[in-house]
Every structure is written in structure tokens, then in C-alpha cells.
Design a protein around this ligand. Sequence first.
Ligand code: HEM
Length: 138
Amino acid sequence: MTRNRARQVFDIGIYVVVAATVLQFFLAGLGIFGSAQLFFWHTTVNPFLVGVLPLLLIPVGWYAGVDVRTRWLAAAMFGLVVLQSILLFPYHAAAAEPWREISALHALNAVLIFWVALQLLDRVRHPVAPSVRQDAPS
Ligand code: HEM
């Protein structure tokens, strides 16, 4: 795979991640207001696109010469999605109040994930000039 092709794969992958992040909010609404069975898409399917795909894109981005901050943002997506699960522990464990309220941070962390996704989108649309980068593979 050429570097240019890798860059295309990375860019398209980030667009998919951003779209999946927006979709993830809708899927939450679908599970809450639609049917509980539809939560499956929010809890089990789409998190792979929101959190695991960015992780897979990191080596592709490295090969393509994507700047290190953008790759860290992709890694942050994974970490924040893992945190989403951790934040729901008190809810799933039916913990007593006030511990259970910690799970409410799931909704707040979702906003942070969306913000990181927008940062990634911005950096894909306006890439850092190659001359500024010092960590490109030679
Ligand atoms: C980018 C945003 C989001 C991501 C990546 C995300 C991710 C996840 C994941 C991975 C789970 C399964 C956790 C587990 O069972 O260990 C989950 C469950 C859940 N999410 Fe989200 N979430 C997001 C946004 C939201 C929003 C905005 C809401 C609305 C309040 C929400 C409500 C829920 C609820 C209620 C569950 C628990 C479903 C259950 O097990 O009964 N999520 N989410």
C-alpha cells in the first residue's frame, strides 16, 4: 500500500468514526425511547466503529505520515469508549446512591467523545503541513 493510499484509508476511516459517533447518540435514543432490544446496536455493535476503528487507524496513520497529535486523538477515542463502559459499572451493579449517579457521567463523557471526533475531523480536513512534522517514518 502506498503512503497516499494509506492516507486515504486513514481519512475515510476518520469520517466513518465521526459518523458512527453521531449515530451512537441516535442509537442511545433508540434504545431509551424505542425498544430496549435496539440497545444492542448502541452497546455492542457501533462502539467498535466509535472506539476500535480509531485504534486500527493509528498504525495506518503512522505509515501515512499523519502527525502524532492526530494519532493520539485517535487513541483517546478508544480510551474514552472504554471509560464509557467503566462509568456504567455502578448502574449495572445496581449500586446504592450516590455511587450510582457516577453512571450519569456516561452521557457527559459522550460529549467529550464527540468533541474529540470533531477534532479528528478538523485535522483530517486541514492536515498539518509535512514540513512541520518531525516523527514521519523515513
Ligand atoms: C459517543 C457516545 C457514546 C458511546 C461511545 C457509548 C458507549 C456505550 C457502551 C460501550 C455501552 C455498553 C457498556 C457496557 O455494557 O459495558 C453503553 C451503554 C449505555 N449507554 Fe452509551 N454511549 C454513548 C452515548 C450515550 C448517551 C448520549 C446516552 C444517553 C444517556 C447513553 C446511554 C447508555 C445507556 C443507558 C446504556 C446502558 C444500556 C444497558 O446496559 O441497559 N449512551 N454505551
